[in-house]
Design a protein around this ligand. Structure first.
Ligand SMILES: Cc1ncc(COP(=O)(O)OP(=O)(O)O)c(N)n1
Ligand code: 3NM
Ligand code: MG
Length: 215
């Protein structure tokens, strides 16, 4: 499987990118230290999603930054992405795994403690703990995990775990100190004036925290 580093995971949303192109946001974010990118565009035709996917692949592949496609197994295959992220209402993980093959990265959102526990019996490569905090970026979610829920979910999970939902410079340190292997963000990078600087600051914050925790 493609190796991956969940520490600073950018999830895209053109609508929240203040009129700037996806390529600009992603390029700047990568220069700031993003380790993984998920193409998540909800308002998109299939053709447009495919073309964006091809553009992202051309941009990220030479930099060895994994490209993950949200929801769309067909697009992940068509652009030969590094992986797919699915939620509880998306393609069943067994089907996704069978079609993607064992070499691709498969991520799964877990929205409850029970789902985190069930994911231990699934052949997925990481879980997204969704959501940790409230966010306006995605509102069709169940309960918030909060930091205590995040601690419990990361301790019971056998999978690497990325936290998502309402994560920013103010709370990122607490998130990684609660056991997450990384943070996934949309607005904290895509909606700010300087995405490169935002990524750099987030990266510094989480890098600082993980070793401190281990000491
Ligand atoms: C890293 C990560 N975690 C969770 C999600 C949410 O996925 P899902 O529940 O399928 O919701 P949508 O993103 O499809 O609206 C994610 N995309 N990425
Ligand atoms: C894509 C996504 N999934 C979530 C979940 O809880 O499953 S929250 C979310 C959006 C996260 O955006 P922001 O960093 O702006 O809060
Ligand atoms: Mg989904």
């Amino acid at each position: 499987m493609t190796s991956f580093d969940l520490s600073l995971y950018l999830v895209t949303d053109r609508e929240l990118s203040k009129g700037r192109s996806l390529s600009y946001i992603v390029e700047e974010a990568v220069k700031g230290g993003v380790t993984m990118v998920q193409l998540r565009e909800k308002d998109c035709t299939t053709r447009e999603f495919y073309e964006l996917g091809m553009r992202m692949k051309a941009l990220l592949s030479p930099l060895s930054i994994p490209l993950i496609i949200n929801d769309r197994l067909d697009i992940a295959l068509a652009v030969d992405a590094d992986g797919l992220h699915i939620g509880q209402s998306d393609m069943p993980w067994q089907v996704a795994r069978r079609i993607l093959g064992k070499d691709k990265i498969l991520g799964l959102s877990v929205e409850t403690m029970q789902q985190a526990e069930e994911a231990n019996r699934m052949d997925v490569d990481y879980i997204g703990i969704s959501p940790v905090f409230a966010t306006l970026t995605k509102t069709d979610t169940l309960q918030l995990f909060g930091l205590n829920g995040l601690k419990e979910a990361t301790s019971l999970s056998r999978h690497p775990a990325v936290a998502i939902g309402g994560i920013n410079l103010q709370n990122a340190a607490q998130v990684v100190n609660s056991g997450a292997d990384g943070i996934a963000v949309v607005s904290a990078i895509a909606s700010v004036d300087n995405p490169r600087q935002a990524a750099r600051e987030l990266k510094l914050t989480i890098k600082k925290e993980v070793p401190n925790e281990m000491e």
